[in-house]
Ligand binder design. Structure first.
Ligand code: ADP
Length: 480
């Protein structure tokens, strides 16, 4: 008997007329459970409940919000192994990666628990005599949260925690592929004592539930992480409906490797950044830009390192890279591998399907060399274990190639030169820059986000999150 999981709407666990199987990508015979699929009417009910709960929640003492968020963070951390296991099973990240992500979600809740008591304002004299001016922050209202499948617990955490901390109420729609972590997180939030209507879980299709969030007049703000086409569509609808919105979308992140780099560091940065988590990270180092003097050594060393990686069931001990998340993502990866070859890039390693003990979406990590930055494999986000190597004649050319993209999420450089490291940090057109570190892998207490086609709106995470989750009020007083 497959377990059934319900939505949480208006303070109740509610069934829906439809449900969908949550399938393990490492073993497609393993069904994790059946998860409710909300209708537009369910979404509407959740939005109205969040609207009704807003006035009281927005005026709660920060201590009340602190205590609930802290309880959530503590429970996630106490159960990180079990949640990490569920994450690895439903998304295909390896067990250590899953546990690490669960722990991060816990830390995020603890960070925002503490943020509740840091809502400082400003008071200053007016330019007009005798008047005081105060600048304060207030919650925005009902926040619609729409998340992707690649970080099934961390992304929901870094949107739900600040939304609640700053006094907003929430309607949350996780990606269809990963309702398991979203449901487990929701149970923890409910158990922590969240009042009725303040938090609502609405699992369902983007075109039904997500669309209802974006169009409904009683949703005040939308925070979205996902693909560029969906983000674009959603932005247009938000503007039509005068909603505040924030988008985190794709990346085509360059990792520049200079002649003077430490080879071991560069190889680890490239392999970790490009292939770990099956390359399914918006911060993945999918473009490796390598100067002539180190190019051949680097390609040989990366290839050797790839040969040593174990691609297998995500929850199995010793697995370095789990499967691709589902058939449609696998089809996309394979189609880009074909496109790369047709464009004249050289596939020097991987790219083939792998058979393992159980049926799953196993793909050997693929490395292309002789890639021109104009090729589609260098310009479009593939979102799989596929990386390209482009030659650069000099540091200047490498920087130019790194910035020659519609995206601007993360960028990295491997070098032992302070001069180049400093120059790259100042001149990279990405929102996040890494020196001698993989482009993927960030801290939870500092801003996350990009420029150009990667992101829109204020940064997420850390105390910068309040730019999105609060709105500023300026008050003038003439005392007496
Ligand atoms: P990904 O492939 O990373 O999941 P998508 O952009 O397809 O990227 O999906 C990201 C999130 O947006 C998911 O939760 C998805 O269900 C949701 N979504 C998809 N289409 C729409 C839409 N038309 N309106 C609102 N949300 C949507």
């Amino acid at each position: 008997m497959t377990s059934q999981f319900k939505n949480y709407i208006a303070g109740e666990w509610r069934e829906s007329s439809e449900a969908a199987d949550n399938v393990n990508p490492s073993n497609t015979r393993d069904i994790i459970g059946q998860y409710a699929r909300a209708t537009a009417a369910d979404a509407e009910r959740a939005i109205e409940a969040a609207r009704a709960a807003f006035p009281a929640w927005s005026r709660t003492s920060p201590q009340v919000r602190h205590d609930i968020l802290k309880k959530v963070g503590d429970e996630i951390l106490a159960r990180k192994e079990e949640l990490g296991q569920l994450l690895a099973r439903e998304e295909g990240k390896t067990l250590p990666e899953g546990i690490g992500e669960a722990a991060r979600a816990g830390q995020i809740f603890l960070f925002f628990a503490a943020e509740t008591v840091r809502m400082a304002g400003e008071k200053l004299p007016s330019v007009r005599p005798g008047i005081d001016v105060e600048i304060t922050r207030e919650p925005v209202g009902v926040v619609g949260i729409i998340t992707p499948w690649n970080f099934p617990i961390a992304i929901p955490a870094w949107k739900i925690a600040p939304a609640l901390a700053y006094g907003n109420t929430v309607v949350f729609k996780p990606a269809d592929l990963v309702p398991g972590c979203a449901h487990a997180l929701s149970e923890i939030i409910v158990r922590a004592g969240i009042p009725e209507g303040v938090f609502n879980l609405v699992m369902g299709r983007g075109s039904v539930v997500g669309d209802a969030f974006v169009r409904h007049a009683h949703v005040d703000a939308i925070t979205f992480t996902g693909s560029v086409p969906t983000g674009r569509k959603l932005a247009a609808t938000c503007i039509e409906n005068m909603k505040k919105f924030q988008l985190e979308m794709g990346g085509k992140n360059p990792l520049v490797v200079l002649d003077d780099a430490d080879l071991g560091t560069a190889v680890e940065c490239a392999v970790n950044g490009a292939y770990f988590s099956t390359g399914q990270r918006c911060t993945a180092s999918s473009r490796l830009i390598v100067t002539e003097g180190i190019h051949d050594k680097f390609v040989d060393a990366v290839t050797e390192r790839l040969k040593s990686l174990v691609i297998d069931d995500a929850v199995k001990q010793g697995t370095h890279i789990g499967p691709v998340v589902d058939q449609s993502q696998l089809d996309q990866d394979l189609s880009y591998i074909k496109i790369g070859q047709e464009e004249g890039a050289k596939l020097v390693y991987g790219g083939e399907l792998l058979n393992r003990e159980n049926p799953g979406f196993y793909l050997a990590p693929a490395l292309f060399t002789e890639v021109k930055n104009s090729m589609r494999v260098a310009r479009e986000e593939i979102f799989g274990p596929v990386a390209t190597v482009t030659r650069a004649k000099s540091y200047d050319e490498a920087l130019e190639l790194a910035n020659d993209t519609m995206f601007g999420l993360a960028a990295g450089v491997c070098t032992t030169s302070l001069k180049y490291a400093t120059h790259f940090k100042r001149n990279s057109e990405a929102g996040m820059v890494m020196v001698n570190l993989p482009t993927a892998g960030v801290d939870y207490h500092v801003p996350f986000g990009g420029r150009k086609g990667s992101s829109y709106g204020p940064r997420e995470q850390g105390s910068y999150a309040k730019e999105f989750y609060t709105t500023v009020k300026t008050a003038y007083t003439l005392p007496g």
